[in-house]
Design a protein around this ligand. Structure first.
Ligand SMILES: [Zn+2]
Length: 110
């Protein structure tokens, strides 16, 4: 698990308070890690790396792991728009602080 110090530095890097207890994978419930959402979907379903990579091709997963993109197939980084944690920035619209917040999160808990 994460220490308080690391969690504080993660939430401080976002422009607004982030309720990490709500930033969890909607499939497996993992939290404290990077999450993605499906591109152009009205209803936001958050997914962790473990759950996304099982649905996408090995080629697309490899591109992400090599650092060529932060997308995995149709899944884009879920950058929370406000502290209610129910809306997320568009892929190219996310502010620097939001992108930094996402990048500082670990990829998966293992
Ligand atoms: Zn998951």
């Amino acid at each position: 698990m994460f220490t308080i110090r690391i969690m504080d530095s993660i939430t401080e890097s976002a422009a607004h308070p982030v309720d990490m207890s709500k930033y969890t994978c909607h499939k497996c419930g993992r939290g404290g890690i990077r999450l993605w959402r499906e591109y152009m979907r009205f209803v936001v379903e958050l997914r962790c790396y473990v759950c996304v990579q099982s649905k996408e091709s090995a080629e697309k997963v490899a591109r992400y792991l090599k650092g060529e993109t932060d997308q995995i197939g149709w899944w884009i980084p879920a950058v929370p728009m406000d502290e209610k944690m129910d809306s997320y920035w568009g892929y190219t619209a996310a502010p620097r602080s939001g992108v930094d917040f996402w990048k500082r999160l670990p990829n998966d808990p293992y």
